[in-house]
Design a protein around this ligand. Sequence first.
Ligand code: KIV
Ligand code: ZN
Length: 562
Amino acid sequence: MQGFNKYRPFNPVSLPDRQWPSKQITQAPRWASVDLRDGNQALIDPMDVEQKLELWDLLVDVGFKEIEVGFPAASGPDFEFVRRLIDEDRIPDDVTIQVLTQAREVLIDTTFDALKGAKNACVHLYNSTSTVQRRDVFKLDKQGIIDIAVRGAELVLDRVKANPETNWILQYSPESFTGTELPFAVEVVDAVTQVWSGHVNSPIIVNLPSTVEMATPNVYADQIEWFCRNVARRDELCISLHTHNDRGCAVAAAELAVMAGADRVEGTLLGNGERTGNMDIVTMGMNLFSQGIDPKLNFALMDRIIHTITKVTNIALHPRHPYAGELVFTAFSGSHQDAIKKCLDKREGEDFWDVAYLPIDPADLGRSYQEVIRVNSQSGKGGAAWILQHNYGFDLPRWVQVEFSASVQAEAESTARELSAEELYALFCERFMQGATKIAIHNYSIQRSDSADQISVEIGYDHVVRELQGDGRGMAEAFVDAYAQVSGINPALISYAEHSLGTDTDAEAAAYVELSIDGKRYIGVGVDRDLSVAPMKAILIALEQAQALAGVFGEQVALSAN
Ligand code: KIV
Ligand code: ZN
């Protein structure tokens, strides 16, 4: 592709004794939501105050204790929103609101006006430190950038001292940290924390943004480990991450950087944010959850999260979005469906989740198993069987599954789309229960002995009634024998299965029979409250498919059946 040679590779960090690759994440980090600030700044139509309030309620209910609520010095609606949160007493005591400000006096003053009266508040000061911003945007040398940061830190400290009624937390971000030489990033941060240390609550939050994701996630982890080793006053600092998703690795970068020593992670629910977005807290949190770590956020509210975020951002959710998308727990492929079905069938009573193709239990996110398996032309026998079992109670024996899947495949291919549960059931009835309503078993008696069962039965088909007698091992065999005796054909019972369609004592029974007639096979499924009647119905249905009713019921009935 033309043009690649105008780019340069990112310089790796020299850290031969890096420790993070052998670390493991064992607990959730401190989370901070920036949905209402970074997320909002990235929208085509930024949220109005009412939308922000709706999102605020969601963030509180999901369990965030640190929420960046806006940039009140830069935006009227943000200022009004912060005031409403405080004036209307909407902030729970254990939640800290955070606001962003640049290091300019007038902006810092407006920021403190917005926060007046807050119980707990975090002032988030930032200025850009990267090589490109120093050279082309600010046209300042390193000392000029340090001066901006230090002056801002002093102004903030001054306002903190003047407003002692609030419990203040201070945060500093060397914006564009990933594009900043590491020794210089440390120099700027040290200069800021020197101003604040000993005068403000500890820990001070030092947020190290991957404002633009410029390298592989391991490089960001190296940057964080290097920074943590070299920064002054590490014990007084909370190292925070803020990764953007330009290369599609914001979550991975945050995860590796937590392994590298970070304590706190900023991001947004479902990843809305500048350009390709902020780090998605749903994904990172659910990744922890799937490893047996409590994320300390309530993602069981997933439907509400999706509803609110898509509404206030006016951005649709991708159906394959990790954990949240409509299709992420759905299998269409036959082999996947088969494996999922087998694992779920044997799961009962097991402590740990170990299901092929499903990294987590969809039920933990309020998803139903109905959504797990959906059927189209890619699906095999397991999928349609699963749907019939979970929606209608039919536990199809393998030999029925094989037959049914051929019909499903043909239907899915001819319609060229997914088949719904209702459509599958209709197809099943048409294929294996055709004529069931015409069958009536009026009277029957069974005499059981060790060697064989003898039956005598009065059967009706389409109002024509006949009496039959026969014997065999079990009800089905005896009925086939009875039929053979008067029909002049000789069906052989190849396979038989039965089960109850529910757990109640009066639940119906389903019987499945496979008959061989003149070398061809026919399957019928009979359903009845009486477990002895269900197989007789199944056999008559199979006989009807073989067009073998005439011998007993006469030509007229045979015609009506076909
Ligand atoms: O991406 C970024 O660098 C930011 C800072 C203001 C923290 O959003
Ligand atoms: Zn950002």
